[in-house]
Design a binder for this molecule. Structure first.
Ligand code: PHE
Length: 441
């Protein structure tokens, strides 16, 4: 039962057959966690903004974007799985909740630029914005996903974009060439040691040296940022007593894993060794030249990165459940203050309650786990801690498929009664029949 219109942040949008954004998700769009100065995510945002004083900083861009901004402008193929209704919250066919901060790349690069007398992008205050040659975007993003301690359908990302004029890069290359002989720049050496193969190629619009200069600058920039942040995480653990005063890691080895994104090439995933584990920090790469061309700046080349803030904030502040970021419990909020990293003291964990639900999939085969995830989120709100499939089998004679999911309920801030959870579970079960077309067993 989709309403005829949806109102998001005061703007009314028509719905259609693509609409799949639930009220539970729309409610998140107004929370503005990045704007509460003592919220851990805002503290981390400020920390990163401070690392990039010569970049323009954006943290108030509207989460409602066009499919063009989120996908087409970045070169996503028409059949890219990211576009699917099972992964993305659509307001309608052309309008959606951004799934990543990259959705703003083209618009910000183009801000204030003109082509054929027409203004490209949304100019900041209507004036040309040369500072948009380098910028950071921090924002809430939305993805349909599973439910567990590290996944939440709304989360936050930080995007970094840094561009150079081609001439600037060429001049710098000539200088190193003169100093060290033919193309023996450190950038070229770096390129040799990094796997840029057929599956991760330099774009035809770029020379190998240009790509190498960009990649080296990007990697150095990201290294510096990650080292600063993780050093602060270690300091916070020391002062909370979680680590001995002299203890903790002082160096943070990183590795760059080949990756693929529609909007960068070559591309990497940056991983850092932190307390014995390789953490996936972020995706990055040399920006697709088509984006810079479309932004009206064909004379520039650049790199971009994008990463999730929650995982880093969980490390920095010692927060173990992603739902806590959305908690309005004063026992959470009161523990933090602006500009300060300190270890979170977990408040008492309330007992959890698990319920299993077994059912036959609809004969149409039209069932997606993420539909179940959103249904449970809608009925149970943040009382749901995790939803996990624990069994699946096909009936040997009829071929019908049966699945069993285990739902764990647990409040972050109070005791729940059995009766309350039973009532929620009953609603989940009947909504599953009514909305997902399954038959309960
Ligand atoms: N937008 C990508 C994501 O959400 C991350 C990314 C940003 C990768 C910029 C490359 C460059 O996964």
């Amino acid at each position: 039962p989709v309403p005829e219109t949806l109102s998001v942040l005061g703007v009314t949008h028509a719905t259609d057959g693509w609409t799949n954004t639930t009220q539970a998700i729309l409610d998140k769009t107004g929370r503005r966690l990045l704007h509460q100065p003592s919220h851990p995510l805002a503290i981390l945002k400020d920390l990163i903004f401070d690392e990039f004083p010569d970049f323009a900083h954006y943290d108030s861009l509207d989460p409602v974007v066009s499919a063009y901004q989120n996908f087409d402008s970045l070169g996503f193929a028409q059949d890219h799985p990211g576009r699917s209704k099972t992964d993305t919250y659509y307001i309608n066919r052309d309008t959606l909740l951004r799934t990543h901060t990259s959705a703003h790349q083209l618009q910000l690069l183009a801000a204030g630029k003109e082509r054929n007398g027409e203004l490209l992008g949304r100019a900041k205050n209507g004036v040309a914005a040369p500072e948009n040659e380098r910028f950071l975007v921090a924002a809430d993003v939305y993805r349909r996903d599973e439910i567990d301690a590290s996944h939440y359908p709304a989360f936050h990302q930080m995007e970094g974009v840094c561009t150079f004029s081609r001439n600037e890069v060429r001049d710098q290359l000539c200088k190193t060439r003169d100093a060290e002989g033919p193309i023996a720049s450190s950038a070229a050496r770096l390129l040799d040691t990094t796997e840029i193969g057929a599956s991760n190629p330099v774009q035809p619009e770029h020379s190998a040296e240009e790509a190498a200069v960009l990649a080296e600058h990007m990697k150095r920039t990201m290294n510096r940022m990650v080292v600063r942040i993780l050093t602060k995480a270690v300091e916070a653990q020391r002062s909370s007593g979680a680590l001995p005063a002299e203890g903790g890691q002082a160096e943070f080895p990183v590795r760059w894993i080949d990756a693929q994104f529609p909007f960068t090439s070559p591309s990497w995933e940056m991983e850092v060794l932190f307390q014995g584990e390789w953490l996936e920090i972020c995706g990055c790469g040399v920006m697709k030249q088509t984006i810079l061309n479309d932004a009206g700046t064909p004379g520039r080349i650049g790199w971009a990165f994008g990463f999730g803030l929650e995982r880093l904030a969980m490390l920095l502040f010692g927060i173990s459940d992603i739902r806590l970021f959305w908690s309005s419990d004063p026992r959470f909020a009161q523990q933090f203050s602006p500009g300060q990293i300190n270890a979170f003291r977990p408040f008492s964990r309330y007992p959890s309650c698990t319920k299993d639900v077994s059912f036959w999939l609809p004969a149409s085969g039209d069932f997606h786990e993420n539909d179940l995830m959103d249904l449970v989120r809608e009925v149970a709100g943040d009382l749901v801690e995790s939803v996990r499939r624990i069994d699946s089998f096909a009936h040997p004679k009829t071929g019908k498929i049966s699945q069993c999911f285990r739902i764990t309920y647990c409040s972050m801030d109070r005791n729940v009664t059995n009766g309350e959870i039973n009532a929620i579970q009953e609603r989940v079960r009947s909504d599953m029949v009514g909305r997902l077309g399954v038959s309960l067993r």
